[in-house]
Design a protein around this ligand. Sequence first.
Ligand code: FMN
Length: 345
Amino acid sequence: MASTQTLSALMARGTDFLGSEYAIICGAMSWVSERHLVAAISNAGGFGLIACGAMTPALLDTEIAETKTRTSRPFGVNLITMHPQLTELIAVCARHGVTHVVLAGGLPPPGSLDAIKSMGAKLICFAPALSLAKKLIRSGVDALVIEGSEAGGHIGPVSLTVLAQEILPEVADQVPVFVAGGIGRGEAIAAYLEMGAAGVQLGTRFACATESIAHPNFKRAFFRASARDAVASVQHDARLPVIPVRALKNVGTELFTAQQRDTARALDEGSLAMAEAQLQIEHYWAGALRRAVIDGDVENGSLMAGQSVGMVKREEPVAEIMAELVAEAEAALDLRTTRRAAFAA
Ligand SMILES: Cc1cc2nc3c(=O)[nH]c(=O)nc-3n(C[C@H](O)[C@H](O)[C@H](O)COP(=O)(O)O)c2cc1C
């Protein structure tokens, strides 16, 4: 099939970089992206990422080992830059010969880039703006993810539609760039590849796969939701810089507003320093997400989800989701060829 070859050609840079069959990454999702989902993604030809989140080095060690027993295909590890034991976590990755490390949550802290590169792994970072993309490339990162505000979880202010236009033409020839945020179907994958992306990263579309350990209540909330239910959290106090989080609206959304108020009051009273306040906010999210994903408390917990949630209709095995995405991308490419031929005739 011509479209299969075209899609492979468009993905070639991404698949060469990742070592996978498709340049489709399942973005790390705290509590969700553990051994079962990660292995299922990689076994289906995509690229799975373990979400280290707040795991201790010992827990990460076990998670990597368990993932290795479930897949012989490549997968990576996502580490959060503000983790107090980042150095130890990198050392765990090095011991396991992890081939790809994603650093999320900010610029790589001093020493982390060298530590990851010296263990022979490829380093992937998030670039929230063109200037930062250029800076990261200069500092030696191997690939970038640009994630739009449509995405689930912590988000930047700009949509992928705009980020892709600003960043891809400038840097896509220098390092592979993977695009994320709001992608739910293969047609969008084909379009971003044609714009110069090396591949894509999806989270929401895979969160409720059969192999995902997310609680049935969490999955049901996704199946019922539409794009407009996935809203970004609002900053309550201008002094307290909180990174917005996109999640399905529920009581938990209001609890977060209360949490911000309490934290701002503690700042006022001087009982909390700013760095500590920000860490408290992050701990709040980690706890709230766990409550929804693991305990199934979909009222008070955090239902982090992107706007593509409306395209998640039912529980499906990862292999079926992957096959659908690939078939849709190929069909879109076929349609372009047919249309071009019709115009030419
Ligand atoms: C439930 C959930 C949890 C997430 N947790 C993380 C995380 O721990 N670290 C991270 O870098 N990204 C996290 N993300 C973002 C995803 O890795 C991915 O970039 C995003 O979901 C892509 O956008 P999409 O949801 O529109 O597909 C999370 C997303 C969701 C939906």
